[in-house]
Design a protein around this ligand. Structure first.
Ligand code: PLP
Length: 392
């Protein structure tokens, strides 16, 4: 039977048992976070309480808050947690979003509305969601080169500011290397020039607030930095929540008016943000995990991830590999001559790392489910692969 005929056949009624078996077969083809073999992803295995909460709220539509008042209350409480984590002022407000991409798109929509301008100054390390932003909203990206330590080169910002600048973006935990841009210096420029400053903390937002207390260097990135206008942060990355969940926090509540439309037929006069109908499941899951872990629990999670990262760093160095730069967060890039070859060979052995081609490296992220035991199991495989590939 051809593939198309098989798909046509499957359009008819099927018994539940058969469907579930089929789904399980498909799922077995997926890599599982629980195996500890997914080493390159920035997502985590959702905590059991997040799974339970997700299922309880499966039928809710957070885009219709008049109908789902309880779910809306959960969303408010979840946003409150995030605002406090980010030291937001009492004037602040926030929106739950599907993740870092939607958080960035929404922030740039707001910046465009407030300024009526269309240029965005970004570090060269910005996430590719900014390319989508440029096309979707007809905005122009002005990338700033990075310093040798892979941070945005602040000395280059002023010459790229023009009367058309809508926003400057800094990153708190870059996608490739987990690097944090010098937020205070960027904030000073934004304050002095009265320019919207968005911090993309999709990855670092759930890590950086805990670093100082667990003995790692602290970095400023939140609303205590003068000039920060908005921050996006993802709960489905280091927040241990279920996909899809992020939050965009803005310094002034009334700014949300700029990205709101009149809405009929949803039991609410206005709707802010991009999406319409969206599940309350991820929001309930995010709320449940923040309640369950609390700030103390997140601190332990971050300690585990950071300690595992530096343990892994030592192991990689012991087998003769070197990193592109010292980790600031729980993200590492191993420099290689032919990284694609190593990625393929590791995949043949059942390990998934991410290719970071432009840095000639592979990325490893020590997410909460990754333990020292996983690293101990991975390192001999990496050593064998790298030696066969002529890397060591
Ligand atoms: N911003 C940063 C810094 C990221 O690392 C990512 C994803 O890795 C995103 C934004 C996009 O997040 P998402 O894939 O959840 O849309």
């Amino acid at each position: 039977m051809s593939y198309t005929s098989m798909l046509l056949e499957s359009m008819h009624h099927t018994r539940e048992k058969e469907i579930i078996e089929e789904l399980q077969d498909f799922h077995e083809k997926d890599y599982q976070f629980s195996s500890g073999h997914i080493l390159g992803s920035m997502c985590s295995q959702p905590h059991p309480i997040a799974k339970k909460a997700y299922e309880l709220f499966l039928e809710t539509n957070i885009g219709d808050p008049g109908l789902f008042k309880g779910t809306r209350e959960i969303e408010k409480r979840f946003i409150f947690f995030i605002q406090n984590l980010l030291n937001a002022p009492p004037t602040a407000s926030g929106l739950t979003v599907s993740g870092g991409t939607e958080g960035n798109i929404t922030a740039m929509w707001l910046a465009k509305q407030l300024s009526q301008n269309q240029e965005i100054i970004i570090p060269a390390s910005a996430h590719f969601s900014f390319q989508k932003i440029a096309t979707l909203m007809d905005m122009k990206l002005k990338p700033i080169p990075l310093t040798p330590s892979f941070q945005m080169d602040v000395s280059q910002i002023k010459k790229r500011i023009s009367t058309q600048t809508a926003a400057i973006v800094g990153i708190a935990g870059s996608t490739d290397l987990g690097v944090i841009d010098p937020t205070e210096e960027i904030g000073d420029i934004c304050r002095d020039e009265n320019i919207y400053f968005h911090v993309d903390a999709a990855f670092g937002g759930f890590v950086i607030p805990f670093l100082e207390k667990i003995g790692y260097p602290n970095y400023k990135f939140d609303f205590t930095v003068d000039g920060v206008s908005s921050i996006s942060i993802d709960a489905h990355k280091m927040g241990f929540a279920a996909i899809p969940l992020g939050t965009l926090v803005v310094r002034e509540k009334e700014w949300l008016e700029e990205i709101s439309v009149q809405s009929s037929c949803i039991n609410s006069a206005k709707q802010a943000g991009i999406l319409g109908t969206r599940s309350g499941g991820p929001v309930a899951a995010g709320y449940a995990i923040t309640r369950y872990l609390g700030l103390e629990g997140y601190q332990d999670v971050v300690k585990h991830c950071m300690d595992t990262t530096f343990y892994a760093t030592e192991q990689f160095q012991q087998i003769g590999l070197s990193l592109v730069r010292e980790p600031m967060l729980n993200v590492m890039c191993i420099r290689l001559k032919k990284p694609q070859k190593v990625v393929t060979m590791l995949e043949q052995q059942g390990w998934k790392v991410n290719l970071i081609d432009h840095l000639s490296s592979i990325r490893i992220v020590c997410m909460p489910q990754i333990t020292r035991e996983h690293i101990d199991a991975f390192v001999p495989v990496l050593k064998e692969v790298c030696s066969k590939a002529g890397e060591i």
